[in-house]
Write a protein that binds this ligand. Structure first.
Ligand code: SF4
Length: 350
């Protein structure tokens, strides 16, 4: 393997794959300088290091060049998602910094904080957010304010309008949250399916910035408690309102971030392989060679028109399969703010 790298690899951006004797792709990586990066694996001084462990199980190395580092990042992610190599323990570059709120599927959806997305689980994702702990605290307040459940995903749900409910076991709450009015109680027929769905709809609207209902009702409750001289209760409600306001602010920042990550991004490539990346809502939707002729400019214009005008940009939820790429792209532009500025300028000039 070392010899094939020495004789065949060039020092330019690219992605590489390590294969086991059985042909399984066990690791995918990327580098600005493929040759240097691959040769560094063979200098591993410590057998317990990840690179040495990968090499012990690899029999073959293959690589492809990319026009630039950004392209290598995107291709690496896509290869990891496609092959799920066992040494790429997670698609979690910078994942420790981010959290998403997921609205689960099923008759009584839950709102949960997650660190990454399942590829095809059908849940809706909102994010990314910085600070999983703070997001979790704010989400607890939102659950309480809206009466949404926070119990195990497989809790048996029995809505009040389910025909078989009254033939079932006695109505016993699964936890105290229903009794203290922090959950509508879909586990014990405390609400109908449509009542619960309406509250989930409110939560989604809150995430999308189209409804402040939860905040308004808490604020009204806080004012009532204050008028009745229930100062401890008023103080607790004030804390809740503040945490929800924090969450709303985070969502507001998210909407800004995602919508801002929509532009044409031109990157100079290795030996003139310049590329234009059509990025919409943080995902690379198409890649073209930088246009040089009028015909190529027109083709790019048509493609961009198609990509940027056929979808609803107001939608805040991020499809599960786009979460990792959104994180990758936002992380890239966070680390290279000048690139973001350049991309915006280019888009405006069109
Ligand atoms: S009251 Fe029932 S549905 Fe609500 S959180 Fe408790 S167990 Fe879950």
């Amino acid at each position: 393997m070392r010899e094939s790298v020495r004789t065949g690899a060039a020092d330019r951006p690219g992605v590489y794959r390590m294969m086991s004797p059985g042909g399984e792709i066990i690791y995918v990586g990327k580098s600005k300088r493929v040759r240097s990066r691959l040769l560094s694996y063979f200098r591993g001084a410590y057998p317990e290091h990840k690179g040495a462990r990968i090499l012990r199980q690899a029999e073959q190395i293959a690589w492809e060049y990319t026009p630039n580092e950004f392209d290598a990042l995107v291709q690496e992610l896509r290869l990891i998602k496609q092959y799920r190599p066992r040494f790429n323990v997670a698609l979690k570059r910078d994942a420790h910094n981010y959290a998403f709120i997921k609205v689960t599927r099923g008759p009584a959806p839950k709102l949960v904080v997650v660190r990454s997305a399942g590829s095809d689980d059908g849940g809706a994702y909102y994010g990314p957010f910085l600070g999983a702990l703070r997001v979790s605290e704010s989400l607890r307040e939102l659950n309480d304010a809206l009466g949404l459940r926070d119990c195990a995903i497989d809790t048996t749900i029995r809505f009040s309008d389910q025909g078989e409910f009254f033939a079932g076991p006695p109505r016993t709450p699964g936890c105290i949250r229903h009794e203290i009015q922090k959950c509508l109680g879909p586990c014990i027929g405390g609400c109908s399916e449509s009542q619960y769905a309406a509250r989930v709809g409110l939560a989604r609207a809150f995430f999308e910035g189209t409804d402040d209902g939860p905040l308004q009702s808490l604020t009204a409750e806080m004012q009532k408690a204050s008028t009745r001289l229930e100062f401890e209760r008023a103080a607790r409600l004030r804390d809740k309102v503040q945490r929800l306001e924090t969450l709303r602010e985070q969502f507001s920042q998210l909407r800004f971030a995602v919508e801002t990550l929509s532009f044409l991004y031109t990157v100079a490539g290795y030996k003139g392989e310049d590329r234009v990346y059509l990025i919409r809502r943080g995902c690379v939707r198409a890649i073209c060679a930088s246009p040089r002729t009028t015909v190529e400019h027109d083709a790019l214009h048509d493609l961009a028109t198609n990509i940027f005008t056929t979808t609803d940009r107001r939608e805040t939820a991020v499809p599960a399969h786009e979460v990792d790429e959104l994180m990758l792209v936002s992380s890239w532009f966070h680390r290279h703010p000048n690139e973001l500025e350049r991309a915006k300028t280019w888009a405006v000039s069109r």
